[in-house]
Design a protein around this ligand. Sequence first.
Ligand code: ADP
Ligand code: MG
Length: 530
Amino acid sequence: MFRVFLLVYTITTPALGLSPLGLDRNFTMSTAETDEYQCACLPSFNCIPEKHYCNTTRGVGCYSIKERTSFGVDVRRGCGMDNQKHLMNCQGKRDNVWTDGPDIAVRCCSYSFCNADNDPELKATKVVEEMTFNMSMLMAVLVPIGVLIIAVIIVFFVFRHLQKQRPESRENLRVREELLPQEYGGIRVTQVGDSTLQELIDESCTSGSGSGLPFLVQATVARSISLIECIGKGRYGSVWRGRYHDENLAVKIFSSRDEASWLRETEIYNTCLLRHEGILGYYASDMTSRNSCTQLWLIMHYHENGSLYDYLQSTTLDWEEMLRLCHSAAAGLVHLHTEIVGNQGKAAIAHRDIKSKNILVKSNGLCCIGDLGLAVTHTQENNKIDLGRNNKVGTKRYMAPELLDETLNPEYFEAFKQVDVYAFGLVMWEVARRCVTEGMVDDYKPPFWDVVPSDPSFDDMKKVVVIDQQRPAIPNRWSSDTILHQMSRLIQECWTNNPKARLTSLRIKKTINQLLNQPQCKKVKDTNKC
Ligand code: ADP
Ligand code: MG
């Protein structure tokens, strides 16, 4: 179990002194849970950019972690995520008392800048310093060390021997050495908990509304991941396959200039209930500052089939496979778009960058939606649209006409959902082209491949979609196939010019479900036809 949870339950009066960060302190102890104050912040994803503090409320509080890592002693400070999570991470205590584990010390507290100073010496160091030097003690130290060194040498040779017998593992090591950029520091190893990721996630189920690991655990997990190979490059950085113990996971590494996208994705996953089979699973976010360069990581479930775009390049589909891909992606979109009211609920979310590269294909042939860096949220209670701080826009090829002619009303949340549905229509068109009927299939092509260049400009798209009102061509063979014919009607109702006339994501999902239930669409085993 993680030492991060070992807290001392003694209550002391917090010591107030001058902040080492040179920040003013507010000594007022407020009683209301909602009173706002600030915590020292060093580095954490909820720091106010370029400041050394973050805002919190009395109901949530501040934390400090001092941890011994293989890079030295790491100190992190920041604000808790929300009341429930923070309380869980602090095991219900916000009493400003440090834990006293040998390699990690944690403190949770709840008044202004209470986490700013007074980091204790980590115990292990203290013990070594206090030791008096004498002969018997020298023997007591040297003998176990000698035994340990011999054991390490034996393990090393056994391991090397095993490696030689497993060419795949050798290959992994080679890939690791060649591909790891220097700045990522190679393999990151520190103290590792014994729990699997799933166990950690299950433990966090009770901890509130976020969908990842408890957030104090996130940094510890991140520091125990080995990066293995680069599996994708997107607009905001690169995606790597990583290993945590024996488990694969995907690590998205954002360049520091795209902090806003990392922050947005982190925020959405940590504040919204997003655990759903149609949404890419999330484990953790991590921000570290090493060699004066900021590393921003987002740690997700890994899917070896890659994106729907990758998958469609090499795979043809029968009716059922096509419908299952579209149905599962539509189910993910419905979950995003739906607000769930209540304590454990979620805001409505519009994705704003729906495309086949942002949908992943799981090993069971179903899809999940990823890349929430542009998402906007809305809650009916206060009718507030939260656009985040990201001034990026979606992928031009998939932009709806109202974005291209700039008539979209950003005050009206439904408009963002309608934009998602337009793009989803294009994605279904890409999928349906790969469905084999009577031995015929269309090559994979991105939407508008025949009328715009490979990296189209805003004006290229505007000319085609708004001025000429073009949409991707529906191949002739679709009209003679019952299922593809109905798919083409569904697709056209998604990309229609008038946003209000478009289907809702729920209607799309239900219609595909009806198609899946048609008797001719039950798969005949060992054939590629319905
Ligand atoms: P960006 O925001 O930079 O576009 P994405 O999250 O869309 O990043 O990922 C870029 C690419 O990396 C995807 O198109 C896909 O090929 C690959 N990828 C992303 N996440 C995963 C994952 N969880 N498992 C496998 N491949 C992934
Ligand atoms: Mg992407």
